[in-house]
Write a protein that binds this ligand. Structure first.
Ligand SMILES: *Cc1c(COP(=O)(O)O)cnc(C)c1O
Length: 445
């Protein structure tokens, strides 16, 4: 074996001198030396020492290079799923990242009133905007919508019963289930109605001295069709008022706008629930809002204040990074500059525009590309039945199977995530940002 010092002086390791001085670097060095020693012991023949030194240095450089690359990396999403949960849901606006950099690389007034010099609350930055956008009385922000549901149920339902429809006991991806969150919140679930039909009378009959809360959940990722029934929002609110029991709605995707013009007809609009008079509503920050992962709780001041007082809130609150990005995204809504928000650019892209981009991309790729019509998905548990008409490019490369091509694209730099449709590798232009096209071409070449 060559002396350790010879290995450390090898030119292959010139870029890693600093790392090799750390305990992590020493450990990797020892591992590679040991592995080589074992190899030599079980092999035969003679290797010149200089060659062995170079071999060890090269193996170590490779290990270091792989280990020092961030594991969380940018990818090109060519899948056509706009809110792809496994690919990080909503891409964030540049303006939001500018704001994040500005307020987070130094100090900020996160919990400090600049007017009076007194300690403030971090949620006020967001509440101010949500009150304008939703016309609600109060709002707070937690880590995600799952946390929001847990916190509301625990604050308003603990020790008592929460009435909810049997048809709304949903499971959202990643093992969030309404009945299980309910159990963890220490509220008892009182299921009413049948799987397909629940009437307002079913809720009313279940109300007794133990009832703390009436719950309504947007079914998000599934749809019931056929012989179905669900009380209207107005009936739900009226019952709560009449019986003096607070109402709570988990809206899931939380769209700030009516999506019908984009062909998405069954996603509720947050302000509709506020206007109808629901006492507390919650929704995600990184679904149809197009912002960072967060759970937003909005509604009547009386209840939002109670929720804020819950010690669990301290455990579920968000940091300045989330607040700065969320504030900037909400400001884009307030100023009506929706095109700053990437998911709105993607959702609103017209078929004609996507077709044109697919044609020009195919021309640049050449013989391997075929332009074709596609359907994109909203994703993120939203609008499961909606297929947005889109255009893309199918790839065929001689001597490469679709599975092999998909894998090679996934292993490129940056990785390109495609979908395989009818035995073809397909790139959907809806989720490929125009800024990514040059890089995509380079990867394909
Ligand atoms: C997505 C969703 C959740 C969970 O939201 P996260 O932000 O992913 O934690 C909860 N309830 C409903 C109805 C949802 O659609």
């Amino acid at each position: 074996m060559p002396p350790v010092n010879d290995v450390l002086q090898a030119p292959e390791l010139a870029a890693y001198r600093r790392v090799l001085d750390t305990p992590f670097g020493s450990r990797l060095l020892a591992e590679v030396m040991n592995a080589t020693r074992h190899e030599l012991a079980s092999g035969s023949g003679v290797i010149p020492r200089a060659d062995l030194t170079a071999r060890i240095a090269e193996a170590l450089a490779q290990r270091l290079s792989a280990a020092l690359q961030p594991s969380l990396r940018r990818v090109i999403n060519a899948s056509g799923v706009v809110l792809h949960t496994n690919l990080g849901r909503a891409p964030l606006p540049d303006s939001a990242i500018d704001h994040l950099r500005e307020v987070s690389t130094g100090y900020s007034n996160l919990e400090f009133g600049l007017d009076d010099g007194v300690r403030g609350k971090r949620d006020l930055h967001i509440e101010r905007l949500l009150r304008q956008l939703l016309d609600c009385e109060a709002a707070i922000v937690v880590n995600n919508n799952a946390a929001a549901v847990l916190l509301v149920l625990n604050t308003l339902g603990e020790g008592g019963e929460v009435i909810a429809s049997r048809g709304e006991q949903v499971e959202i991806g990643g093992s969030f289930r309404i009945p299980e969150v309910m159990a963890k919140s220490n509220a008892r679930l009182r299921e009413v109605g049948a799987t397909n039909r629940t009437r307002i009378k079913d809720y009313e009959k279940a109300i007794d001295a133990n009832t703390r809360l009436l719950l309504r959940v947007h079914p998000s990722n599934f749809r019931m069709t056929g012989f179905t029934e669900r009380p209207t929002l107005d009936e739900f609110v009226a019952l709560g008022r009449r019986k003096n029991i607070p109402t709570f709605e988990d809206l899931g995707s939380g769209s700030m706008l009516d999506l019908k013009p984009m062909g998405i007809s069954d996603e509720p609009v947050v302000s509709d629930s506020v206007r109808a008079g629901v006492d507390v509503i919650c929704f995600s920050g990184d679904k149809l809002l197009g912002g960072p992962q967060a759970g937003i709780i909005a509604g009547k001041k009386l209840y939002v204040e109670k929720i804020r007082q819950n010690p669990l809130f301290r455990a579920l609150r968000v940091d300045k990074l989330t607040i700065s990005v969320l504030e900037s995204v909400l400001l884009s809504y307030l100023t009506g500059t929706l095109d700053e928000i990437p998911i709105w650019r993607m959702l609103r892209a017209s078929e004609g525009e996507l077709k044109q981009r697919a044609e020009s991309l195919a021309k640049r790729i050449g013989r391997a590309a075929l332009v074709l019509q596609l359907t994109s998905l909203v994703g993120g548990g939203s609008a499961p039945e909606t297929y947005l008409p889109s255009w893309g490019v199918a790839l065929k490369i001689d001597g490469l199977s679709d599975a092999e091509l998909e894998k090679r694209l996934r292993h490129s730099e940056p990785p390109v995530i495609v979908r395989i449709e009818e035995g073809r590798v397909v790139l959907d232009l809806r989720t490929i940002s125009a800024d990514d096209e040059d890089e995509l071409i380079a990867v394909l070449r």
